[in-house]
Each structure stands twice: as structure tokens, then as C-alpha cells.
Design a protein around this ligand. Structure first.
Ligand code: 5RP
Length: 220
């Protein structure tokens, strides 16, 4: 029997056809999808959104490409930390948000794979913000002062000090109460000098595949 994350990943396989360029998301649900995609032996080229996704894809025998080797992304399959009723997302608890945003927003179809625990009635919680280390202090002050968030620089496990992303940056975790307009907050955070990307995804509205025990439903 599939776990909820595995049933979402398995359902997402149905969106992938021979000849496609596939964006590979990061996190445990996307990892299950990558392993299953490898098992399908389809003729696809894959663009990974993190070192971790790339390593899983290599082990799964998938053919990898960089963004300058493909004309675009046909389908991106990626996880999320929160999905609201309008299918706005928070992503980035795995620290891969910047490359995820590039690939997920480029995709002609963005498929978001989650278990039911990620479906929330309100848009609220921790929004990861990737910053260049040079600007971490003023960015944190501005997010707290102008946007009213509780902020902290994310620190590592098995490492002293800030975690460093695949792009050599730091992450500020910004805690928000209920957000009425996630799209406006996404744009506002992005305007702060030194911000590389933020974990609010509102632009390329995804098809959301919600996994339950041995079954998954598709919201679009
Ligand atoms: C990584 C992400 C992940 O997609 C998100 O954290 C969900 O992960 P999981 O599938 O393990 O719950 O955004 O930066």
C-alpha cells in the first residue's frame, strides 16, 4: 500500500509523457516521484531543483539537463509546505526555494504533490526567504519592520551557524499570521534588496495532487 506522499507521487506520473522536459522538485514527496519516474524508463530529460534532487535522479537513472540545454519545462513536479484553498503555496522548508521557483514558474504545467496535512484553510505560517549573506541583517529588519513578521536566520543541524543553500546564500524564516493577499506579499518581499527568492508561490497556479492512503485526488 502506498503512503499518502507515495500515492500523490504515483498519480503525478500520469502527467509525464515520452519526449518531455520534466522539472524535478525537492523534498521527500518529490523524491518519491523522482524514484518512480526512473522506474518508468520514459524518454525524458530532467532539470533538478537542488543538489539533492539531482543525486536522487542520478541514482534513478534519469537523463539530466541544465536550463541552457532545454527550450523550456513541460511539466514540473514539486512538493509544498502549505497549500491554501486558492492553490497558493508556501515552499522552501527544504531550503531549495530559489531553484524551485525558477523551474516551477517556467513549467507549462506545474504539478504540486502533497499529502493532506499540507492543505490549510488559511495562508499563514513560516515563509522562507533566501538572501545573500551580505544583506541578511537589513533584510531581516525590513521583513520584521515593514511586514510585521517574526524573523530568524535558519541554522543548521550538524553544523554551527546558518545553513547555506545550494546557491551559497542564507535563509531567513519569516513567521506571518493570516495573510490576506499572498500575491502582494510575494511581490513585496521580492522587492527588498538582497532577497534572492521567497517561498510564496502564487503565479504559476499548480495542479495539486493530494495523496491519501493508497489514493490521490487532483485539484485544478
Ligand atoms: C523544499 C520544498 C519542499 O517541496 C517542501 O518542503 C515539501 O517537502 P516534503 O515533500 O518533504 O514535505 O519546498 O525546499
Amino acid at each position: 500500500m502506498d503512503s499518502p506522499k507515495a500515492s500523490a507521487a504515483r498519480k503525478a506520473l500520469g502527467f509525464i509523457k515520452d519526449g518531455m522536459v520534466v522539472g524535478l522538485g525537492s523534498g521527500s514527496t518529490a523524491a518519491l516521484f523522482i524514484e518512480m519516474l526512473g522506474g518508468k524508463k520514459l524518454d525524458v530529460a530532467c532539470v533538478a531543483t537542488s543538489h539533492d534532487a539531482r543525486a536522487i535522479a542520478v541514482r534513478a537513472g534519469l537523463c539530466l539537463a541544465e536550463l541552457d540545454q532545454v527550450k523550456g519545462i513541460d511539466v514540473a513536479v514539486d512538493g509544498a509546505d502549505l497549500v491554501d484553498p486558492s492553490r497558493n503555496l508556501i515552499k522552501g522548508m527544504g531550503g531549495a526555494l530559489a531553484r524551485e521557483k525558477v523551474v516551477d514558474y517556467l513549467a507549462k504545467k506545474f504539478v504540486c504533490v502533497v499529502d493532506e496535512s499540507k492543505m490549510k484553510p488559511d495562508f499563514r505560517g513560516i515563509v522562507p526567504v533566501e538572501v545573500i549573506p551580505f544583506a541578511a541583517s537589513p533584510v531581516a529588519r525590513e521583513i520584521a519592520g515593514e511586514f510585521g513578521a517574526k524573523v530568524s536566520v535558519r541554522c543548521g543541524c550538524g553544523k554551527c551557524g546558518p545553513i547555506v543553500t545550494d546557491n551559497g546564500n542564507w535563509i531567513i524564516d519569516a513567521g506571518f499570521g493570516k495573510v490576506a493577499n499572498p500575491g502582494r506579499l510575494e511581490s513585496g518581499l521580492q522587492c527588498i534588496p538582497g532577497v534572492v527568492a521567497n517561498g510564496i508561490f502564487t503565479r504559476n497556479r499548480p495542479v495539486v495532487v493530494v495523496g491519501g492512503k493508497d489514493r490521490a485526488k487532483v485539484l485544478e
